[in-house]
Design a protein around this ligand. Structure first.
Ligand SMILES: [Zn+2]
Length: 210
């Protein structure tokens, strides 16, 4: 085989392996069942800055992990909640990121997930972080004004995670307990992804965007 051809093939192989390793590292706390159950969220944007709507993409949980910095239970809660909320607004159509605005509860994990999937931007008035509503997110279609709230059902998240989480923030956990907390959070992420139970409640509601 020609030397240049060999070099190209070798580079492609190394590139593919690198991508494989990155994806594996991003999701390495997930069980086989959770990974097998992962779905994508279809979104649509304009083709260029002044273009028409029509550029469709499939977003994976691994993409969100790159934005957020790590896989965590908060990100998985956000991902699953957004799957439900966006389905209620767009059914089987892709999420129109030029036509969606979102309010998130003040959690960096929820906010990153919400911003990424909705395309909402604080600077342009289509994304907010607030604490004065029930649930995790309020999501609205701009064209129809239709809005939903998405909440995590009571009892789904083990209370110990929030208890230990507060202790961790106050630097009251030793390294061993921190590891325990991480394991609990990873178990919770897998629980949310392994099956499609009724973990969330989606409610249609009037929303006046101010
Ligand atoms: Zn996080």
């Amino acid at each position: 085989m020609h030397f240049i051809m060999k070099s190209i093939l070798f580079s492609v192989l190394i590139f593919s392996l690198t991508i494989g390793v990155t994806i594996a590292q991003n999701l390495n706390v997930l069980s086989e069942d959770a990974i097998a159950n992962l779905k994508t969220i279809r979104v649509v944007d304009t083709e260029f800055s002044k273009g028409r709507l029509g550029h469709e993409q499939e977003i994976e949980l691994a993409d969100l992990v790159k934005l957020h910095g790590h896989l965590c239970d908060g990100l998985v809660v956000g991902w699953r909640a957004l799957e439900k909320g966006m389905h209620a607004l767009y059914a089987d159509e892709p999420v129109d990121r030029t036509n969606t605005r979102l309010i998130s509860k003040p959690s960096p994990c929820l906010a990153d997930a919400g911003m990424y999937i909705s395309g909402g931007r604080t600077a342009f008035g289509s994304f907010e972080v607030r604490n004065d509503f029930d649930g995790l997110y309020l999501i609205q279609r701009i064209d129809t004004q239709e809005a939903v709230s998405v909440s995590l059902n009571e009892g789904v998240k083990p209370a110990i995670i929030d208890e230990m989480g507060s202790q961790a923030v106050n630097q009251e956990l030793n390294p061993c307990d921190l590891q325990k907390l991480r394991a609990l959070e990873d178990d919770f992420s897998n629980y949310l992804l392994e099956e499609d139970s009724n973990f969330f409640t989606v409610k249609h509601l009037p929303l006046k965007w101010t």
